[in-house]
Design a protein around this ligand. Structure first.
Ligand code: AKG
Ligand code: FE2
Length: 278
């Protein structure tokens, strides 16, 4: 029967005709080009950082933690941020402004105590979100909503941040119910000399310690614990005592950069303070 044979025989014939057609050829070229483009884009860092978290979730680098101080807790985290991530973060910095300091009464002002520049990373960037997640996970899965906007801070030659605390003495004075419990200060770039982070209340006699430490700290510094800025590495410390009050031993400074440039990243985690309940 004419009608039957035409429907049963038609599809293989139509298939062969389609496969040998110009339309099929064009479709194949378009599909292959899209595939090729996707493969090439994977190798472009900017694309990697925006596509990969979508495809594979946030990836943490393999970092190494060393304890610098038990009390107050200060840890050195080697390779907390990969060099590729640092490069991308520096690329997405919107604009730098002269840094400000906050007084205990909440007044925020320019000061010759802090002469660096700062910028805030866009919170909707996937890499920024992954970093917040990494910092939260590092601290035992604290809520990412407790982490402040990530602040990049850049020092050029001659710039510094004199001794200060990251916590505020009384959050109520600045209409806050939270204070900065911890700081993660990571280094995005450091091509400089005399540009470490120093803790004057925590001087360590390095001659009594393993000299492997001298890779990470200034072993000649006897007046303060001075941590060298190493790109990708971070320092983590706890600013508050368990009762919520500030730990004065966490006073620290960004040394005056003698030569070159240092770019750091502040990741601050806040904690609710419940006065009188401890
Ligand atoms: O630059 C440094 O080493 C420390 C920076 C710092 O303490 C801060 O930005 O609060
Ligand atoms: Fe600080």
């Amino acid at each position: 029967m004419k009608g039957e044979s035409s429907t049963t025989d038609a599809w293989p014939k139509r298939m062969i005709r389609f496969l040998s057609s110009r339309r099929y050829f064009i479709h194949s070229i378009v599909a292959l080009s899209i595939l090729l483009l996707a493969v090439i884009l994977q190798f472009i860092p900017a694309v990697q950082h925006s596509i990969q978290p979508l495809l594979r979730g946030c990836q943490n680098p393999h970092y190494t933690i060393r304890t610098l101080s038990y009390d107050p807790l200060i840890l050195h985290i080697e390779n907390f941020i990969t060099l590729q991530e640092s490069k991308r973060l520096r690329e997405i910095v919107p604009f730098y402004e002269l840094s400000k300091v906050a007084l205990p009464n909440g007044t925020v002002l320019f000061s010759d105590r802090r002469t660096s520049s700062t910028a805030y990373l866009p919170g909707d960037d996937l890499l920024v979100q992954c970093l917040k997640k990494r910092a939260a996970e590092f601290q035992g899965y604290v809520g990412v909503e407790n982490i402040e906007s990530l602040q990049v801070t850049r020092y050029l030659e001659g710039q510094h941040f004199k001794h200060h605390y990251d916590w505020t003495p009384d959050p109520r004075q600045v209409n806050e119910t939270t204070n900065r419990e911890t700081t993660i200060f990571a280094i995005l770039e450091a091509d400089c000399s005399m540009c470490g982070t120093e803790f004057p209340a925590l001087a360590i006699n390095w001659t009594l310690e393993d000299n492997k430490w001298c890779r990470f700290v200034d072993c000649n510094s006897t007046e303060a614990l001075t941590i060298k800025p190493i790109p990708g590495s971070a320092i983590f410390w706890r600013n508050l005592h368990s009762d919520g009050s500030g730990d004065a031993r966490t006073m620290h400074a960004g040394q005056k950069v003698e030569r070159g440039v240092k770019v750091g990243l502040n990741i601050w985690t806040r904690r609710e303070i419940t006065w009188g309940l401890h």
